[in-house]
Design a protein around this ligand. Structure first.
Ligand code: CA
Length: 498
């Protein structure tokens, strides 16, 4: 409805502009102010580990297009996903807040409708907003299915005018949902959504409207399905490793297409492209995925959290590598500063900070520590120091670990007992976060002062009534068939597939 109204207004203004002086003035002002707002493209891989780029020294994977982007932008040596699994990091991108504040405790949790999002904030100042690919903020688990128009947690509910989205990970030849209408595509999932996103960016540019485009890949998340040509260079590896790397080859190529097309449209200087991954690399892939760091996806050690990241904005960023510790929660406040969002566009309790100054010069100290709270473990990073609290859940013994990441990036030497001063200081930071996060969990950040109803618990899509009509139709599709068969064998509450 909002889309139809604003497009009609736009067309109406364009026509009247010839005849009515006052309308003509209003139209010009709007166009001028829109041109001063850069296009924004957020790109995120799904499970690409710290070690899985060419520029970071991967022994066999080549990522020439990502390398080119890194060589032309601000490349991060220490960029953190806000959580070691997917949905929580996605929530942090859209809200600027650590996941537990937003209702997204873990993968497959729904983002609370009371959260204020980046997409809504940008839409409110004249951006057209589009989401392409994996969503995973609507409380549905299981391999990605097209999102229903009547899903009250679809991307439209969080400020996206246009969306072509699936609930979760997706692979070759997917069915995607365009604002609720299903469309089947052929080819690699990354290349499909980049093509579609480029159409959206081009359309908005031709209408002189700034665009906010979110491209959330399904790559290289399992199941691993690559084109034969893309997997061929890895033929000496096991099947999963061949296809996982092959998927990354296609994703890299799609990033090349994205950058080249934006350049060809004459938009490169007025477009910010921000690339990252939603969590650390996967275990059981050869060569290993985390560049020698400790831990994998799911872990609060560096291998689960540290991810590739590059910001490219040719008119404002000279190529550079930074060792400043940044996090996915910084995306919202950074863009808010760049485009001048009002402070009311975010909830008051924010965990990120703006990186705008970092575009111009290196900053040696981060003023705000970074909290993590996921899967029953907690951590806090304050520049070189990291405190981890393992086992807040009942399954394992509670344990604290303290690392100096500058001296010990692989987290081998636990200094918790040896450095009482730092241990105490970091415990204090963690305790402050604990209190503050508990306030957010209770809904104290919201106008209402509590969490309103209407946010679903995580559940598998095959158990949801609105998807039942499709079960028969989809049961032989490769992305669903094995999973559906396994689901029929498992007890309803088991969940192993993030
Ligand atoms: Ca992921």
């Amino acid at each position: 409805m909002r889309q139809a109204i604003s497009e009609n207004i736009y067309a109406g203004v364009a026509l009247l502009a010839f005849f009515v002086t006052s309308q003509c003035t209003a139209f010009s002002q709007e166009t001028t102010s829109n041109l001063s707002k850069p296009n924004i493209v957020l790109v995120m891989a799904d499970d690409q580990g710290w070690g899985q780029t060419g520029y970071n020294g991967h022994p066999i994977l080549k990522t020439p297009y990502l390398d080119e982007m890194a060589a032309n932008g601000l490349r991060f040596e220490r960029f953190y996903a806000a959580a070691p699994v997917c949905s929580p990091t996605r929530a942090s991108v859209l809200t600027g807040r650590t996941n537990r504040r937003t209702g997204v405790d873990s993968h497959g949790y729904a983002l609370r409708l009371q959260e204020k999002t980046l997409a809504t904030a940008l839409a409110n100042i004249g951006y057209r907003t589009g989401h392409f690919g994996k969503w995973h903020l609507n409380g549905l688990r299981g391999p990605g299915v097209p999102i229903l128009a009547n899903d009250n947690h679809n991307p439209g509910a969080f400020g996206f005018h246009t969306w072509l989205s699936v609930t979760n990970f997706f692979d070759r030849n997917p069915i995607l949902s365009r604002n609720g209408n299903f469309e089947e595509f052929k080819g690699d999932s990354s290349e499909i959504i980049v093509d579609q996103a480029l159409k959206f960016i081009g359309q908005q540019a031709s209408l002189k409207r700034p665009s906010f485009t979110v491209i959330w890949f399904g790559t290289p998340h399992s199941p691993f399905m690559a084109a034969a040509d893309d997997a061929r260079p890895f033929a000496h590896l096991d099947r999963n490793s061949q296809d996982q790397h092959g998927e990354l080859v296609a994703m890299d190529r799609s990033i090349g297409t994205l950058r080249k097309s934006i350049k060809e449209m004459g938009l490169a200087d007025q477009t910010i492209i921000w690339f990252t991954s939603d969590n650390g690399g996967l275990p059981k892939i050869t060569p290993e995925t985390v560049g020698g760091l400790r831990g994998f996806k799911g872990s609060l050690y560096e291998g689960g959290l540290r991810v590739p990241a590059v910001i490219e904005w040719p008119s404002h960023i000279s190529p550079r590598v930074t060792s400043y510790p940044a996090v996915s929660m910084d995306i919202f406040p950074t863009l808010a500063e760049i485009v001048g969002l009002p402070s009311s566009s975010m909830l008051n309790t924010q965990d990120g900070l703006s990186l705008r100054n970092l575009f111009d010069k290196e900053i040696t100290k981060r003023e705000k520590p970074i909290p993590f709270d996921c899967l029953g473990n907690q951590a806090v990073i304050d520049n070189d120091w990291k405190l981890i609290h393992l086992g807040k859940n009942a399954k394992r013994k509670s344990q604290f670990e303290l690392y100096n990441l500058k001296q010990d990036p692989r987290e081998k030497l636990n200094l918790f007992d040896a450095n009482e001063v730092e241990a105490k200081r970091m415990l204090g930071l963690l305790a402050d976060f604990d209190l503050s996060i508990q306030q957010s969990i209770d809904g104290k950040d919201y106008l209402e002062g509590y969490v309103t109803d209407g946010n679903p618990e995580p559940r598998f899509w095959n158990t949801v009534d609105t998807y039942k009509p499709f079960l028969q139709q989809w049961k032989n599709r490769p992305e669903y068939s094995t999973w559906l068969k396994n689901r029929q064998k498992t007890k309803p509450k088991k969940n192993k597939q993030p």
